[in-house]
Design a protein around this ligand. Structure first.
Ligand code: ZN
Length: 153
């Protein structure tokens, strides 16, 4: 149980209970849908991108606590970031939850997102934690064409 408590840290529980930015975004100019068949998590990510800066990011969807909290924290993390910064953040986060080496002496430099560091010990949960990130990454790479669909499989 202590291991699980370690995984489900307060911040994750809080963001699951009260997700931030959980709504559709009418003024979005990028969006993508993600699905994690392993757990049944679904997420739609909405992004308003202006001059290569994420002005707003929101999500809708339903899934387990980890996927909901991760989507909530992701929308907070990417807001105000440039396209390149948001993509770099995705790569860092992915590395964190898959147990990749930390590059700097100060740690991963991911702030709040580091609450997900315990996820790397639960391989089945990695996809829950990264779903919203894969999805926002797809939304940011979209070029006005049809809506991309992401699946973690
Ligand atoms: Zn899940």
């Amino acid at each position: 149980m202590s291991d699980l408590q370690d995984l489900y840290q307060d911040m994750i529980l809080d963001h699951n209970k009260r997700p931030r930015n959980r709504r559709a975004l009418d003024e979005a100019n990028r969006r993508a849908e993600g699905y994690n068949p392993l757990c049944g998590d679904r997420v739609t990510v909405f992004v308003r991108l202006e001059d290569n800066v994420v002005k707003e990011a929101t999500f809708e969807g339903s899934g387990c606590a980890i996927s909901t909290a991760s989507a909530s924290l992701m929308t907070e993390a990417v807001k105000g970031k440039t396209l390149d910064e948001a993509k770099a953040l995705f790569k860092k986060f992915h590395k964190l939850v898959t147990g990749g080496a930390v590059e700097t002496a100060e740690g991963p430099g991911l702030g709040k997102l580091e609450v997900f560091s315990g996820v790397c010990r639960y391989p089945a949960r990695v996809k829950c934690a990264t779903l919203a990130w894969h999805t926002v990454n797809a939304a940011l790479e979209e070029h006005d064409s049809e809506e991309p669909k992401v699946t973690t499989e």
